[in-house]
Write a protein of this length. Structure first.
Length: 442
């Protein structure tokens, strides 16, 4: 991957690839889950937490060596061991169930998940006998020119009889181009001993795509994005241009919502029914209620309540709440602010650390002056107040219910309810003074 980040922690549609694999395995309700970690172990264990047990591969000596690290936890146990790669996030549960069913139905010593690929480069090839039975697996770097023409590949995903697996692993050698201990060599050893080995075919080769570089990462992102779009569309969401819409794995969207192009829905965002989102909206960890309209705006870690509108070109920063039936218009920024029922900040305003009541009008150019150089302070505007254009509300300050603040005022003291506050210097006109400044005679 040419990255400081451990490979399986690279994200696809906002979720690390290893989490797709672990979530899938939990869906299968297995009795035990063991993750083999090596380089980047702390980051992986921190991410997965208690969802798995762990063993450590101190030196990366190959896939057979990796599985061998689980011997203290598994050796001697009866049952089936499923081996899955952490860099195969596109796998589906039905495919693994098919693999497990094939293995257990035949009472196999091992069963290999295979796939037929248009471009099998990099994968081990499946060699079969004339009768179609598995003969052996040859790694790409050890294959002959003729063998490289085979399109059926080993996906690196297997079922084993657990006892036979750990009896066979010590017999694997590293006499190969990479001088590594290959897990597929256990298949050859079991076949040599006359043990029953079967294969199960993954119908969709995209599922077994292994992520080894940024090219494959982008390919997996595209495939996963198509799956996510399809899921939402089948649940009643309109996505006008799926090729230019980006929805991460944890996002929820309600029925009859319309998503316009250029939209990014990220993190744990939840969007209600009958909403219109986009074009060019970027939402991160947002809670959006029914009937909301958002366009050309950036929103994060906040709540937008019913029938509110946001945008165009608004910026909703964390810990804010809008509405219901409120309006945040163009070039308005909210930070840690509450905008009450039916209130409007239509354009060119900054509301930081503010509590705005019901049916309040925030005039163009209004600023809550919330920072004194050391601490942040709150501004409170009570219900039905009217804030004129270009007003500075210097916090901490309270504007009472139904009060008016005259345009251009800098308010430093509380304003009582139903009062008019004017805080600006009286206008003085000096006639003819402009001509003197220009050096012109009267």
């Amino acid at each position: 991957m040419r990255s400081k980040k451990y490979k399986v922690l690279h994200e696809i549609c906002g979720k690390p690839m290893i989490e797709y694999v672990v979530d899938l395995l939990h869906e299968l309700q297995l009795d035990d889950l063991i993750t083999v970690v090596g380089h980047g172990a702390e980051a992986v264990t921190r991410r997965l937490g208690l969802r798995s047990r762990y063993v450590h591969q101190e030196n990366q000596l190959g896939t057979a060596h990796a599985v061998m690290q689980a011997e203290p936890l598994l050796a001697g146990k009866e049952g089936t061991t499923l081996v899955v790669c952490g860099d195969t996030p596109l796998l589906r549960a039905d495919t693994l169930r098919h693999l497990l069913d094939t293995h257990e139905r035949h009472g196999a010593a091992a069963t290999v998940l295979t796939a037929v690929m248009e471009d099998p480069a990099g994968y081990g090839r499946i060699l079969r006998r004339p009768d179609g039975r598995l003969e052996r697996i040859v790694e790409h770097k050890d294959a002959t020119e003729e063998q490289l023409g085979i399109r059926e590949v080993n996906t690196g995903i297997y079922c084993f009889d657990n006892r036979l697996l750990f009896q066979t692993l010590p017999k694997v050698n590293n006499h190969n181009a990479q001088q590594e201990y290959y897990l597929p060599d256990t298949i050859a050893l079991l076949l040599q001993e006359g043990k029953p080995v079967y294969t199960a075919l993954a119908e969709d080769p995209d599922e077994v795509l292994g992520i080894n570089d940024r090219v494959a990462l982008a390919q997996a992102e595209r495939i996963m994005q198509q799956r996510i779009h399809r899921q939402h569309q089948l649940r009643g969401v309109t996505i006008l241009d799926p090729g230019n819409t980006y929805i991460e794995a944890g996002v929820e969207i309600g029925q009859d919502t319309v998503i316009y192009p250029g939209t990014f829905l990220r993190g744990k965002t939840v969007i209600g029914q009958d909403c219109v989102v986009g074009p060019h909206a970027d939402l991160l960890d947002m809670q959006v209620a029914d009937g909301v309209k958002i366009s050309h705006s950036v929103l994060m870690n906040s709540i937008i309540l019913e029938e509110s509108t946001v945008g165009p070109f608004a910026y909703i920063r964390p810990n804010s709440q809008v509405g219901p039936k409120a309006k945040v218009g163009d070039f308005v920024e909210l930070k840690n602010a509450r905008l009450g029922h039916g209130s409007k900040a239509s354009h060119l305003a900054y509301l930081g650390d503010a509590d705005i009541g019901r049916e309040v009008n925030i005039g163009c150019g209004t600023i809550t002056v919330n920072y004194d150089g050391e601490k942040k302070h709150r501004t409170i505007v009570e219900d039905q107040a009217f804030i004129g254009c270009n007003a500075n509300l210097v916090a901490p300050v309270r504007i009472g219910r139904g009060a008016y603040v005259a345009a251009g005022s800098t308010i430093t003291e509380d304003v009582p309810p139903d009062s008019l506050a004017i805080a600006r210097q009286r206008q003085l006109n000096k006639e003819g003074y402009a001509r003197r400044l220009r050096g012109q005679a009267d």
